[in-house]
Design a protein around this ligand. Structure first.
Ligand code: SF4
Ligand code: SF4
Length: 495
């Protein structure tokens, strides 16, 4: 199989009677059967971890002192801040968040090019919540056969009770999911109290309502339809895969010709493969597909069919791995009867090295910028109208608004000065009678996490006026940390 034909296999399998491709296949309810095995265990572990992270994170506390919220992860929209443990991001530093999103995207490309759609199969929220909803469904209604029987049976009190229980549990999970989300945007304990006493803002109730509804619909009803028809990732991922990417593969060179009657076939001298056509790999599949038909767009590589088939192989005393994670390279080798050895290490090949390099570069740059970023910012706005004022004694005055931003949740003493402008005098609004010359230090108290705004006037006497407009600067320094910031501006002679 060439790489092209391998990629071409990632197509929607639904076709019309005339052979043309269907845009949408009417959903058929899927009843995935419970399965035991290594990958199922791994999925339980990942499901528990991801759900725990999602539900618990807003309740974690992080002491930032008395002037900042103590929630470890908080998107503080009202004050336009993002807190992540010891990191505080201001709106002007939003590029960190953009950088993190780029890293997440490149990371996903890297993981997909090596391990295929593991994100879809194990960690995607849709997969995790569908798994949780299926767990509830199985608990209330039983495994596959019992659920099919229940759905086919007439309505009775027992059926009504089971359906009511299942949907109530689904709605409760959906409500918890929507509820947890809003706690990322406000102090969780306060919002929880306000929410239940109906004192929370309307947007909180609306968000919970929308997320509860979408979780309930996506996790309980649409399930695999979301992955197949709504998510763009299955279409994009084909470009990330090559002959060295791991995908769940049915090793047909070993399984075919399949037969459910192996003994008779052997007795009559017919060739038989290892597949006993038991359909176990099909009934456990949450996407309702048969991996023996080859790679399909719907396959999320959850590997539950591997677990199911390995169980069957154990029972019939054949080697495991009739369905396995394999690369196209390995498959082709095995198909040709050659020894299967991955000649190119799947982690070290041009595609993965490029992804890794971009990912590492983005990560290191962000770490560097984060470690060396200044927590003090000085912004100077020159008065526009007029730029300069000629006073009665012939001297010229310029007005400025100096904004000093203390980006730390701590109070600081700071020193401000102007320099680079000979014979100029500085006056500050609110400091009547005080005059400062170039290099003189003005002592300031900076409030934690606040913008300190000063109205400043610079005047030069008539006899010292320069011939043209002059550049000079304002400079601020935090006394304790010695952190400094300098901003250039101009002194204008004419309005
Ligand atoms: S075919 Fe196998 S790996 Fe793919 S979705 Fe179904 S069970 Fe999961
Ligand atoms: S579980 Fe294995 S043996 Fe059974 S049908 Fe699937 S591939 Fe064949």
């Amino acid at each position: 199989m060439s790489e092209q034909s391998f990629i071409e296999k990632f197509e929607v399998t639904a076709v019309n009677k005339d052979g043309s491709q269907k845009l949408f296949q009417a959903p058929k309810k899927i009843y995935p059967k419970r399965v035991e095995g290594t990958f199922r265990q791994l999925k339980w572990v990942i499901m528990t971890l991801t759900l725990a992270v999602y539900y618990i994170t807003p309740w974690l506390r992080w002491d930032r002192g008395p002037f900042a919220p103590d929630q470890a992860v908080l998107v503080d929209i009202a004050n336009r801040r993002f807190y992540f443990f010891f990191i505080e991001i201001w709106p002007q530093e939003f590029f960190y968040v953009a950088g993190l999103l780029i890293m997440a995207g490149i990371g996903l490309f890297l993981v997909t090019s090596v391990w295929g759609r593991v994100w879809c199969g194990y960690a995607c929220p849709q997969t995790v919540w569908v798994d949780l909803f299926l767990l509830v469904e199985r608990f209330v209604e039983g495994d596959r056969n019992q659920r099919i029987k229940l759905d086919e049976s007439k309505w009775s009190f027992s059926k009504l009770k089971k359906k009511f229980l299942k949907h109530s549990a689904w709605l409760f999970i959906a409500l918890l999911t929507g509820g947890a989300w809003i706690f990322y945007f406000a102090d969780a304990p306060t919002l929880a109290r306000d929410f239940f006493t109906f004192n929370a803002p309307l947007v909180a109730y609306t968000t919970v309502l929308i997320l509860t509804t979408t979780t309930y619909l996506f996790g309980g009803f649409m399930k695999e339809q979301v992955c197949t028809y709504m998510c763009p990732w299955p279409r994009i991922q084909a470009a990330m895969l090559d002959e060295n990417s791991l995908v769940v593969t049915y090793n047909d060179y070993r399984g075919e010709p399949r037969t459910a009657h192996q003994k008779q076939a052997l007795a009559s001298g017919e060739p038989v493969g290892d597949c006993i056509d038991c359909n176990k790999c099909v009934v456990v599949c949450p996407m309702g597909i048969d991996i023996r038909d080859g790679q399909q767009l719907e396959c999320i590589t959850c590997a539950l069919c591997i677990d199911a088939c390995d169980g069957v192989m154990d029972k019939i005393k054949k080697p495991r791995g009739l369905i396995s994670y394999a690369t196209l390279f390995e498959y082709d080798k095995a198909m040709a009867g050659e020894p299967v050895e991955q000649s190119v290490p799947i982690l070290f090949r041009p595609r993965t090295l490029v992804y890794s390099a971009i990912w590492a570069l983005a990560g290191l740059s962000m770490l560097f910028v984060l470690a060396t970023r200044s927590r003090l910012d000085v912004n100077v706005l020159h008065d526009r109208n007029p730029l300069a004022v000629q006073l009665k004694d012939g001297s010229v005055r310029n007005g400025y608004t100096v904004k000093i931003l203390n980006m730390e949740p701590k109070q600081h003493k700071a020193l401000l000065k102007f320099d680079g402008l000979a014979n100029a005098k500085m006056r500050l609004e609110g400091m009547k009678g005080q005059v400062f010359t170039a290099g003189d230090l003005v002592s300031l108290d900076l409030e934690p996490d606040q913008l300190h705004v000063l109205k400043v006037y610079i005047t030069i006497g008539q006899s010292h006026l320069p011939n043209s407009d002059q550049d000079f600067y304002f400079h601020a320094e935090i006394l304790k940390s010695k952190e400094q910031h300098k901003t250039n501006t101009k002194f204008h002679l004419k309005k």
